[in-house]
Design a protein around this ligand. Structure first.
Ligand SMILES: Cc1cc2nc3c(=O)[nH]c(=O)nc-3n(C[C@H](O)[C@H](O)[C@H](O)COP(=O)(O)O)c2cc1C
Length: 186
């Protein structure tokens, strides 16, 4: 049984979650900075991996990740853009599961502007490997790829499932974009 939140608490929870996401993107060591991103393979099988939350846009309700355009997750997201992010903060005792619709961009202004900031940092190496992520390395090619394979993943938030664990009892709410939050049985 669930009930719609009719009090200002509903707006507060929405705001608190977006504020915490914004802090996480800026703060190294914040547990929400490295969520698991679950996707579906073209075979319909589940897949998941850790990613770094790079940017948060609370107004557009959008999250940004960086990746190698050759990585399997990119092919998966192109075939099925829906994914789920899962994050847990022991400090807050908050779990957040976020349904997202992902758009992968490997060219254009969104990519070139971010690559311009990244290219002279050690992190640039991540996008200059000679082989695609996950390739066998029996015959390891030396050096760097001829060009970068940097891609930006724009994850549009569709729904958030928030769970708070508490000694006095747990709380859970579903926040769907454009709709009032709904309390859920934890
Ligand atoms: C702490 C941590 C952070 C990571 N951040 C990213 C990231 O931001 N982007 C990314 O593509 N891979 C990241 N990875 C590597 C992925 O988890 C994964 O191993 C790799 O991207 C290949 O995934 P795929 O085969 O599903 O495409 C990270 C791994 C760890 C352990």
């Amino acid at each position: 049984m669930s009930a719609v939140l009719a009090t200002p608490l509903s707006a507060t929870l929405h705001q608190q979650l977006w504020r915490e996401l914004a802090v996480a993107a800026d703060l190294r060591g914040h547990p929400w900075r490295t969520p698991s991103l679950a996707t579906v393979s073209p075979d319909g099988l589940p897949d998941a991996r850790t990613v770094v939350l790079r940017e948060v846009d609370p107004d557009q309700e959008r999250l940004v990740f960086f990746t190698d355009a050759r990585s399997p997750k990119v092919a998966q997201l192109k075939a099925q853009p829906r994914g789920v992010l899962v994050m847990w903060s022991p400090e807050l005792s908050w779990q957040l599961r976020i349904q997202v619709d992902c758009r992968v961009e490997a060219s254009g202004l969104a990519v070139s502007s971010r690559w311009a900031r990244l290219r002279s940092t050690p992190a640039a190496q991540d996008y200059l490997a000679p082989l695609p992520p996950g390739s066998p390395t029996d015959a390891t090619p030396s050096g760097l790829a001829a060009r970068e394979h940097f891609a930006v993943v724009q994850a549009q938030v569709l729904e958030m499932d928030w769970l708070e664990l508490g000694a006095e009892g747990h709380r859970r709410a579903r926040l769907t974009a454009g709709q009032p939050p709904v309390w859920l049985q934890p």
